[in-house]
Write a protein that binds this ligand. Structure first.
Ligand SMILES: Cc1ncc(COP(=O)(O)O)c(C=O)c1O
Length: 388
């Protein structure tokens, strides 16, 4: 909590001095956990970083971050990159050497629907999207039933790509272990888009190393719940990471004096990650209050995301967003009656209280009104879902 207050103080100073141009003052941005703002304290960390050239891998802060995360995840090496899209696509490209080949994944995966068709563009790969029957995660049985085998007509499965968390949902470690054993028995590589694996690990108590042993490559975003300004890191074997480093240069992603970004990301892992369980508690408290008003949840709230459906209350998510904006709380106006709310370390308990008080007043005003006739909904397996 001390960290949370300290960071938030840094943020409000920043807001006052340099965000006056914004139309509405946003104090609490709940649109995404990518919305966290670098604080004054973070800029101080950045100043202390080394300032050498990462294309030649000569920067101490970058090397230290890569070593730190590869140790945390139990892998040999790491590569610090600009974005999660880049680390995902580099990993998949490095695994996928020669078409015809395909990637098996959950139909809602970021690598499939929110990375600009990168699998087709970079890797010439076909995709086998699996629609998880339980609505939460694809099971080992579903994976087994969808693996594309060797046949003259097929593009065989070469990689199974898992996302954890996916839409804030946690895939159980036992299921991952079963899928991994299956993959290994078939010579298939395992990749995880772990943009929010930090959240899964903090919520379940399963260490990053325990997760790590089941994957050949991992992509871990630093600019989401971890709160770093920029970056994502991939890990894998030494040879694999060397290949990704070469491919990163091909994409124009070799960056020079990246030390300040690495140093602050390192600091954020150590200082912000431990605050995730509190963020998850806040999300669950808010979700329960919203359910008590008659809202429903598209998915159970397991970590930091609330997938809200206000249809039964007669209040659109746009109305709710407008009411909250008056108190400095920003949520997505959503799609009719559905909106995704995402919490992070810069959301205080007071902001949650304010959210609940505002929603209480609004829902009371509309009490007794009919459920909205025209409802928007998440098309949960397609492009209409939030991308961040
Ligand atoms: C699950 C997931 N993976 C990957 C990414 C890509 O990250 P970036 O925006 O840094 O490219 C995102 C972005 O929101 C994401 O939510």
């Amino acid at each position: 909590m001390a960290i949370r207050l300290l960071l938030f103080r840094g943020l409000s100073t920043y807001s006052r001095s340099s965000m006056g141009y914004l139309k509405e003052k946003v104090i609490y941005d709940m649109v995404s956990d990518t919305a966290t703002k670098p604080t004054d304290e973070m800029f101080e960390i950045m100043k202390q970083a080394s300032r050498e050239d990462d294309v030649y891998h000569e920067d101490d802060s970058v090397v230290a971050l890569e070593r730190y995360v590869s140790e945390l995840t139990g892998h040999e090496d790491g590569l610090f990159c600009a974005s999660g899209t880049m680390t995902n696509q580099l990993c998949l490209r490095a695994h996928l050497t020669q078409p015809p080949h395909s990637v098996l994944l959950d139909a809602r995966s970021h690598v499939y629907i929110h990375e600009c068709g990168g699998l087709a563009y970079h890797s010439q790969a076909n995709v086998t999207p699996v629609h998880a029957k339980n609505g939460i995660y694809m099971t080992a049985e579903e994976v087994a039933n969808n693996i594309v085998g060797e046949d003259i007509h097929n593009s065989p499965t070469r990689v199974i790509s898992i996302e954890n968390t996916l839409n804030g949902l946690i895939m159980p470690i036992d299921e991952i272990a079963q899928i991994s054993a299956l993959a290994r028995s078939r010579g298939i590589k395992m990749h995880v888009d772990g943009a929010r694996l930090w959240n899964a690990s903090q919520e379940t108590g399963v260490s990053l190393k325990e997760y790590g042993q089941h994957f050949d490559s991992m992509s871990l975003c630093l600019s989401k719940g971890i709160g770093a300004p920029i970056g994502s890191i991939l890990v894998g074997s030494r040879a694999f990471v060397a290949k990704c480093r070469h491919l990163r240069k091909l994409l124009g992603g070799g960056w020079r004096q990246a030390g300040s970004l690495a140093a602050v990301a390192h600091w954020c892992i150590e200082n912000i990650m431990p605050s995730m369980p509190h963020t998850h508690q806040q999300a669950k408290r808010l979700a329960m209050s919203l359910e008590a008003f008659g809202c429903s949840l598209v998915y159970p709230c397991m970590t930091n995301q609330i997938w809200l459906d206000t249809t039964a209350t007669g209040v659109s998510t746009k109305l709710l967003a407008e009411a909250l904006a008056k108190h400095g709380i920003k949520i997505s106006a959503g799609n009719g009656c559905t909106s995704r709310i995402v919490l992070h370390h810069q959301i205080t308990d007071e902001a949650i209280d304010q959210f609940i008080a505002t929603a209480t007043a609004l829902f009371k005003e509309y009490e007794g009104s009919k459920p909205l006739a025209i409802t928007g909904s998440f098309n949960i397996t397609a492009y209409a879902t939030p991308s961040q």
